[in-house]
Design a binder for this molecule. Structure first.
Ligand code: SF4
Ligand code: FES
Length: 248
């Protein structure tokens, strides 16, 4: 495949960015989207030009680092896959592909396609933990009965990889799907009850402080989420928040 790429280039956080056109040739359908960008970067390096900066780490759909807006969609046209697992067979010879960073006030561009998603870390730090008594009287986790459905739902919520696609997909740049997944994975389990009240208040407060917008139930986040995180988590977080506010 030969492709035209229209890529957002931005020198640093304070510079103005722009779309720049590139041509790549000989792209195979079995290549991943990131491998296609590797081909482009090899070309640029050979010509003595600066390669395009983009985030990646595991390249197997688990770390959440790869975060590209491809033809206007976070992680591109495929469903339930991250950018690193998106294959070039989803595109056709002669296609023009727009590649931009995830856009949100709370995700400032670092360089080219790389954004700063440390706002997510700060939301996690605000309440994404549990207290466990390790004084010698620790209860074996397997000795605490957990309802099967709750265990399954907590596990599903815990599959969120913090990629930020939900924010990029949302017209309000809301982080409700991410935050609600992090709240839910603890709210559903007995081990998460100790800090339940403080957790939801602190995480929602941090989410607002970071400048993410609010949820207006559009549902774009759920459609674009590579891990299929359900909107039910947002409903659960809202219930937890109301309960906690009344207690507080
Ligand atoms: S909820 Fe989905 S889209 Fe949002 S950060 Fe988690 S995995 Fe990514
Ligand atoms: S590079 Fe880790 S999920 Fe894509």
């Amino acid at each position: 495949m030969n492709l035209t790429l229209k890529i957002w280039r931005q020198k640093d956080a304070n510079s103005k960015g722009a779309i720049v056109d590139y041509q790549v040739q000989g792209i195979e359908g079995d290549m991943s989207f990131l491998e296609m960008l590797d081909v482009l970067n090899e070309q640029l390096i050979t010509k003595g030009e600066e390669p395009v900066v983009f985030d990646h780490d595991c390249r197997e759909g688990i770390c959440g680092a790869c975060s590209l807006q491809i033809n206007g969609e976070p992680h591109g046209p495929d469903r339930l896959v991250t950018t690193c697992q998106l294959h070039m067979r989803k595109f056709n010879d002669g296609d023009t592909i727009y590649i931009e960073p995830f856009r949100a006030k709370a995700f400032p561009v670092v360089k080219d396609l790389m954004v700063d998603r440390s706002a997510f870390d700060r939301i996690q730090h605000a309440g994404g933990y549990i207290s466990v008594n390790t004084s010698g009287n620790t209860i074996d986790a397997n000795a605490i009965p957990v309802n099967k459905q709750d265990a399954d739902d907590a596990f599903s919520a815990a599959t969120c990889i913090g990629c930020g696609a939900c924010v990029a997909a949302c017209k309000n740049a809301s982080a409700m799907l991410f935050t609600s997944a992090k709240v839910s994975q603890f709210a559903l389990l007995p081990q998460g009850q100790v800090e339940a009240t403080d957790r939801v208040l602190a995480m929602v407060n941090q989410m607002d402080e970071e400048g993410f917008g609010n949820c207006t139930n559009t549902g774009a986040c759920e459609i674009e989420c590579p891990k299929g995180i359900s909107l039910e988590n947002i409903a659960r977080m809202n219930r937890e928040y109301v309960k906690a506010s009344m207690k507080g």
